[in-house]
Design a protein around this ligand. Structure first.
Ligand code: MLT
Length: 261
């Protein structure tokens, strides 16, 4: 792990291979990409980092913006001397990747968007974010994590893979309340990147868990249709954390896509 401007980065795999940068969802950390990093590291340069306020990255005052999250990504790429990379973002990580694609198109070799969407928050979602911040302040991160885990995994995963559910809960619990609240505010205030989808020229892969309640397959498919030549796949037996719930199928699509670049 190396800290760059307060952000914790891991850089491993094949140094001379194409760089793939993994951006985690909210409110997790870079360890959520372990099955992908392990699978890809013999062939690609695999990089992951903790979004500000999460994992081992600095928390600061919690006044975040999606714009600053993109600044952190580009600062890390500059520091690691990565001119261009394939960005792979899940959910909030996808929001960051999409905004980076809009602001810094020249830094992208490809785009992998998992369980995410381009639309900004509706009023209803903004109000839910405020409710979550209140809950984190009042009841703490542990109770927030308990509810969140149930929303991001399938019922079957919760019943049959208790270790996976426990590790997801642990990832959430390890984040400080200021980091969680700051990320909620940043997501609520993010721009809508839908209008920019038609201008994405790099190869794009879109993956979504078949039971994803937060970004349902219909929303992902609609986004795929707006991106020229995007490839779209639904991951069976998975909800919002499709890379963790069905890593075999997820990684198969990842390899096929990366080989095609
Ligand atoms: C995520 O997984 O990153 C979040 O569910 C995204 C969101 O709350 O919009």
């Amino acid at each position: 792990m190396e800290k760059i401007d307060g952000i914790a980065w891991d850089d491993s795999g094949l140094r001379q291979g194409t760089a793939v940068i993994f951006i985690h969802g909210f409110p997790f950390n870079r360890s959520m990409w372990a099955p992908q990093i392990e699978a890809l590291s013999g062939t690609y340069r695999v990089i992951s980092y903790d979004v500000r306020g999460h994992g081992q990255s600095d928390v600061g005052y919690g006044q975040y913006s999606l714009e600053f999250f993109v600044d952190d990504l580009i600062a890390g790429m500059d520091h690691l001397k990565i001119e261009s990379a394939v960005l792979c973002g899940l959910s909030m990580g996808g929001y960051i990747a999409l905004r980076a694609a809009q602001r810094h198109a020249d830094r992208l070799k490809g785009l992998i968007l998992c369980d995410t969407k381009s639309e900004a928050d509706s009023d209803e979602v903004k109000i839910k974010r405020a409710t979550s911040i209140r809950a984190v302040k009042k009841d703490g991160v542990k109770s927030f994590a308990e509810g969140f885990v149930k929303n991001v995994l399938t019922e079957k995963t919760l019943l049959t893979k208790p270790n996976l559910a426990a590790s997801v809960r642990k990832m959430i619990e390890a984040n400080p309340p200021i980091g969680i609240s700051g990320a909620l505010l940043a997501m609520a205030a993010r721009t809508d990147t839908t209008a920019a989808l038609a201008g994405i020229t790099v190869p794009t892969l879109i993956l979504v868990g078949e039971e994803d309640k937060l970004t349902p397959p219909s929303v992902s498919e609609a986004m795929a249709k707006k991106i020229p030549h995007a490839v779209f796949h639904i991951i069976p037996e998975a909800a919002h954390l499709s890379n963790l719930e069905n890593p075999a199928i997820f990684n198969e699509h990842l390899f096929t896509f990366l080989k095609s670049i």
